[in-house]
Design a protein around this ligand. Sequence first.
Ligand code: COA
Length: 578
Amino acid sequence: MKILLLATAYNSLTQRTHLELAYRGDQVSIELGLNEEVMIEAVDLYQPDLIIAPMLKQVIPETIWRRQVCIIIHPGIKGDRGSSALDWAMVNNVESWGVTALQANEEMDAGDIWASVNFPMEPVSKSCLYRSQLTQAAIQAILQTVERFESGTFTPEPLDYNKPDVQGCLRPYMKQRFRAIDWSYDSTSTIVQKIRSADSQPGLLDRIYGKRYYLYGAHPEDTLKGTPGEIIAQRHGAICRATVDGAVWISHLKQKTPNRLSLKLPAALVLANELETVPESDVPLEVSPHRQTYKEIGYEEKNQVGYLHFDFYNGAMSTDQCRRLRDAFIYARSRKTKVIVLMGGQDFWSNGIHLNLIEAAEDPADESWRNINAMNDLIHTILTTDTHLVIAALQGNAAAGGVMLALAADQVYARRGIVLNPHYKRMGLYGSEYWTYSLPKRVGSQKAQELTDICLPMGTQVAAEIGLIDQAFADQPTSFRQQIQFVAEEIAHHPDYGKQLAFKHEQRQRDERFKPLDAYRSEELAQMRRNFYEPDQYYHQQRYNFVYKITASETPRHLAIHRQVPHSEITCSLIFCQ
Ligand code: COA
């Protein structure tokens, strides 16, 4: 079928929808619905069989939905309506929630229902929920809808609030006052829940030292205490504020400014001048899993397997975070285990160097240079590990240098359905992270060139087929973690473990003789130095647009195939490639 996706942004759900439909064999084109005329033009040019809006904030013009079936993916259960669906579900602490595929009509979110899929809620941020459970449910609903539409026999169900399974209702836009924190009254769990319901957008508006900030990245703290609202500790860029029954860590802040151009940054950096007397509070790498506190990096061991967790906000890895992770990896390597599993975080595995911190640095070029070198040092340490077999376990999406970080491991496993973006060009970068060594080694030189040139996302089915990853399994983060444990223990206790380790060592030595890792690094860094320091490069502009969310004025041609003349075959070949 010819399917047109109308979306506000090419975000992870739109990317995943694109990948799933393309994998099914549909011909997919995308218009990032900028305004009515653009959407109407896209439909006229493409003449789709079906229109799907996986994430559209604009309204689909009547002239389109009157003549064409348009499916809106609403992040709510049957009957739920309004633009703050997930926010309300989180603030109301519901146990399960859903996604509904509705046919667009004159009333917002009240169209006939083509499919609806429910999922259990988890105590994570709104965007984390969106990228994991909600995305899985949305894809199920989209695929059901497409099959039902294709069958030509399915009649969608009109919205009827008398039906017992229609439990939702119309809810207003969630204004800041609905979730404002009362520090003298709200408990830790209420505060965490309120912040998470607004994370990553729009953020929860609050006052600190008389100024207004959006708060992000909330974690409960069970030991530190103080006067409610007071900042009582700081750790790795996060601040800890006391509550009536404990305390809460807040990892990021964005100042509310009249011109709205403000960066989301680690909280302690934003408040630097105010925190001189606030003590640093450390946390051990192997803190008990029952402790509630803030930790970006954690380590645990079981049955000769070491698990290294690194849950960096938005998957962005600063110079300091790369260095701390390298130290933690070296610690893991010093243990008498056989396998190290790099777990990343549930939300993201890694998205490479930290573009916001680079943007905020006094000299962004110098900070880019420091950051990429710290990343390379980490990856070099993983690549040259000869005491352990290393597994990368991708629970969440990965992009750019974050994908290449995973490829430094001996085995790469991913949760089924995550989205990988193994390319740098859209950020104006050549890329480093030893990708010129690791990527061709996995997929061959030609495919490595294609992947880095074409700049398209990749699903886990295709990634496994071309050898970018070894295998994808489990749809949900919890089941993925259980299965990874099983896989890691099997490798650790396999009778051939010793042979595999010896083979790894020999192969590394062979590769080193053929071309030393240092040569790959210096060639890549020569290109990166140009990207960072030479005036004709567009990395600084691309990064600025990215961190301040300045969107392109038109849909990139490689996505809007209806605007390509002639239709480019190469664009589609990668997504479809099998
Ligand atoms: N540095 C800082 N922030 C980053 C980041 C990075 N490398 N990668 C992603 N983010 C942030 C985004 O700004 C966004 O912030 P928000 O919470 O304020 O909205 C958040 O992570 C989620 O990203 P978003 O783009 O909304 O999510 P997505 O799932 O739709 O897309 C990516 C994910 C990875 C495709 C996209 O974020 C991206 O292209 N990131 C840049 C990757 C990169 O070029 N890294 C540097 C080279 S190594």
